[in-house]
Design a protein around this ligand. Structure first.
Ligand SMILES: [Zn+2]
Ligand SMILES: [Zn+2]
Length: 258
């Protein structure tokens, strides 16, 4: 039983993961385990609670790797497939614990209702299909999970609003390109920040590394971990050397205690 609040990086890769299928890029061929990145997700654990942010296509593999036998709820940042395509694999948890609470924006649930109609149907639903409790949140929602307050933060992923989450001294934001001053205020004062940084080159819907570093300068956390990383970022070991001393690239399996 864990008493401290811990964050385990289940995946730190961008939408295709690293290695990319069929790629001859040197980072995709790297033997360094830190250059292998599943789709982005974190496990949050404290007391006897486990919560997961996002549920991408590697969810099953991530749950097995980290020996997770109970999940109390799943928080979704947005509807993109690299954050939601693992929905079917919550079934083992349904069989053990019953219905799974999901926290997401109404727009995200509307999208999932179309893409995963078999999960949400009320007519002749297959008995073995996933069982989801939908809890709608938006940027002004403060909610409680496992006795901890969660502050929702809205950022823009090009034109798509996405949600990030602040729990005490920890803030998780991914797939961010821009953020309003009002939402930035919610992030300030956080001690540990996880935020997306795709690569060196600019991208229309994600922070590149210099935009992510500018964001870090505004927030001024004690420690920052970059996630949602492309193979085009370069080798983990090389990029680590170039970053300020309180900023790191996250890697899959990394656990931090807050
Ligand atoms: Zn993404
Ligand atoms: Zn996205």
């Amino acid at each position: 039983m864990k008493s401290k609040f811990s964050v385990t990086f289940l995946g730190t890769g961008t939408s295709q993961g690293i290695p990319v299928i069929g790629s001859d890029h040197p980072v995709c061929k790297s033997n360094d385990p830190k250059d292998k990145r599943l789709r982005v997700s974190v496990l949050l654990s404290w007391d006897n609670f486990n919560y997961v942010i996002d549920c991408g296509p590697d969810f099953r593999q991530q749950m097995l790797r980290e020996n997770v036998s109970r999940v109390d709820g799943i928080l979704l940042t947005h509807e993109h497939s690299d954050h939601t395509a693992g929905l079917d694999d919550i079934r083992p948890f349904n069989f053990i614990q019953g219905i799974m609470p999901f926290y997401a924006h109404k727009r995200v649930f509307d999208d999932l209702r179309e893409r995963f109609a078999y999960i949400f149907t009320t007519v002749n639903k297959y008995p073995g299909a996933p069982n989801i409790e939908t809890i709608e949140i938006d940027k002004s929602t403060v909610f409680t999970i496992g006795g901890k307050e969660v502050i929702s933060i809205e950022a823009m992923h090009n034109t798509l609003p996405v949600l990030g989450f602040r729990i005490g001294d920890f803030t998780y934001l991914t797939d961010v390109k821009t953020i309003s001053d009002a939402e930035l205020e919610k992030v300030k004062g956080t001690k540990v920040l996880v935020v997306n940084a795709l690569r060196e080159e600019p991208h229309y819907s994600h922070f590149n590394i210099s935009e992510a570093l500018e964001f870090v300068e505004k927030v001024k956390p004690e420690k920052t971990y970059f996630t949602h990383i492309s193979h085009m970022m370069g080798f983990h070991a090389d990029v680590e050397k170039k970053l300020p001393k309180n900023v790191h690239l996250a890697f899959d399996t990394l656990t931090i205690e807050i």
